[in-house]
Ligand binder design. Structure first.
Ligand SMILES: [Zn+2]
Length: 375
C-alpha cells in the first residue's frame, strides 16, 4: 500500500508528497470534488505517509506505524464519521460509549472494510450526522501529546454532515490549531460547509477521473472484463465508486431498457409508450433514473461516433446490430441535440420533477430530435 493505491489524481498526490518532503504541512486541509474520486482514500494515504516511522514521502508499509494505519487502528489517527446517537447520550459524553454493542460491532466491521478497500463507503445505520461529541472528542485528544510522539491526525469524512453544533465546535478548533495536529476534511458537497470553516483550510480539489483511469482500475481491482469495465467507466462520469456500483447492478439490462425506450419513442417498435413509461417510472427511484439517463446518453454518443465513423472501434458500437440499424434508419437524426436534451433531463431529475411526466416529455423530445429532424 502506498500512493499507487490511489487511482489517478496525480496533481493532488504530487502536491501532498511535496508538502511532506518540505515539511510544509497546513493545519487543516479540505479535500473536495465529486463522489467516488478518491478523496477519502487519499486522506488515508496522506495520514499513513506522515505517520510512517521511516519518514519518507512514501509509506514504507512495514514499520509498526504503517502496520497500525493499514488497519485504521493507529492511536494518533482519528477517524471522524457520522455516527448514531446513543441512548441517553448527552453533550460531553464519549461518542461511542453510549451505543449498543451491535452498533459498536457494525462500526468496527465497517472500519475494517474501509481499511481493506479505501474506496469503500462506510455505511452505519441511523448515522445522519457527525455528532458534536465526536468533535469534542477530537478536541480533547488533540490537546494531549501524541502517543507515538509525532503528529496527531484526524480525518473528518463527509464533513458536510456535521450539524450546526458540531460545525461551530470544529470552527473553534480550526481557529486555535493545536501544535502537531493535522485535520483533513473530505466532502463532495463543499457548499454545505460553513464558509468560515472552508476559509481556514487549505483547499485541495479532486478532479473527476477519466475513463482510461477508471477502466483499468476496475479490471485490476474488481476483475471486470475489459468491455464491461470500459462501458461502466464511460457511464460513471468520472466516479470510480459509481462505476463499481454500476457493475454490481445490471448494466446490460439497463442498456436494453434504454434501447426499448428509444425504439418506442421513435415508433420503431410496436410497444406501448404508456406501458413502458409506467414500468420505468414505477421500478426506479431518482438515483436509478439518473443512472439510466446516463446510460441513454452513452448509447446516443456511441451511435453518433458510429455514424460519423470517427472511431470505428467505439466500444461495442461496431458489433451492436441495433445501433447500426438505428444509424441506417435515421440518417438525419440530430443526435447531438438529443444528447443535449437528455442532459437537461438529468438536471430535472434532481429538481424533483414527477418522473412519469419527465419520461413522457423526454420520449417526445427524442422523437422530435431523432426521427423528425430535417437538418
Ligand atoms: Zn512505515
Amino acid at each position: 500500500m502506498a500512493w499507487n493505491t490511489i487511482i489517478g489524481q496525480e496533481r493532488v498526490k504530487n502536491l501532498l508528497r511535496r508538502s511532506i518532503e518540505r515539511g510544509q504541512l497546513a493545519h487543516a486541509y479540505l479535500f473536495y470534488g465529486i463522489r467516488g474520486v478518491g478523496k477519502q482514500a487519499t486522506a488515508i494515504e496522506f495520514a499513513r505517509t506522515i505517520l510512517c516511522l521511516s519518514s519518507k514521502s512514501e509509506a514504507c508499509g512495514e514499520c509498526a506505524s504503517c502496520r497500525k494505519t493499514a488497519l485504521l487502528q493507529h492511536p494518533d489517527l482519528g477517524l471522524i464519521i457520522p455516527l448514531p446517537v446513543g441512548k441517553g447520550e448527552k453533550t460531553g459524553d464519549d461518542p461511542i460509549d453510549s451505543l449498543e454493542e451491535d452498533q459498536i460491532q457494525t462500526i468496527r466491521q465497517q472500519i475494517a472494510f474501509k481499511s481493506e478497500n479505501p474506496y469503500y463507503e462506510i455505511q452505519i445505520p441511523k448515522s445522519n450526522f457527525i455528532k458534536i461529541n465526536s468533535v469534542r472528542n477530537l478536541k480533547r485528544i488533540s490537546s494531549l501529546t501524541s502517543v507515538e510522539g509525532s503528529w496527531k491526525i484526524f480525518l473528518i469524512l463527509d464533513a458536510d454532515r456535521m450539524n450546526a453544533e458540531a460545525s461551530n465546535s470544529l470552527l473553534k478548533t480550526l481557529e486555535e490549531p493545536a501544535d502537531k495536529t493535522l485535520l483533513v476534511l473530505t466532502t463532495s458537497e463543499k457548499d454545505r460547509l460553513l464558509p468560515t470553516i472552508i476559509s481556514r483550510c487549505q483547499l485541495v480539489q479532486f478532479s473527476p477521473l477519466t475513463d482510461l483511469e477508471i477502466a483499468p482500475a476496475l479490471r485490476e481491482r474488481e476483475h471486470v472484463p475489459p468491455d464491461e469495465a470500459m462501458l461502466a467507466a464511460k457511464i460513471a462520469q468520472g466516479s470510480y465508486v459509481v462505476a463499481s456500483e454500476l457493475l454490481s447492478e445490471n448494466l446490460s439490462a439497463e442498456r436494453k431498457e434504454v434501447l426499448d425506450f428509444i425504439r418506442v419513442s421513435l415508433g420503431w417498435k410496436e410497444l406501448s409508450r404508456v406501458d413502458l413509461i409506467d414500468e420505468l417510472a414505477s421500478s426506479k427511484d431518482r438515483n436509478s433514473i439518473e443512472h439510466w439517463l446516463n446510460v441513454l446518453q452513452t448509447w446516443l454518443r456511441d451511435a453518433m461516433v458510429l455514424r460519423d465513423a470517427r472511431d470505428s472501434l467505439a466500444l461495442g458500437a461496431a458489433n451492436d446490430k441495433e445501433m447500426q440499424s438505428f444509424v441506417q434508419k435515421f440518417p438525419k437524426a440530430n443526435i447531438e441535440q438529443a444528447i443535449h436534451s437528455v442532459e437537461t433531463y438529468v438536471a430535472l431529475v434532481r429538481k424533483n420533477v414527477y418522473l412519469h411526466l419527465l419520461l413522457t416529455t423526454l420520449s417526445f423530445d427524442l422523437k422530435r430530435t431523432l426521427a423528425e429532424s430535417i437538418s
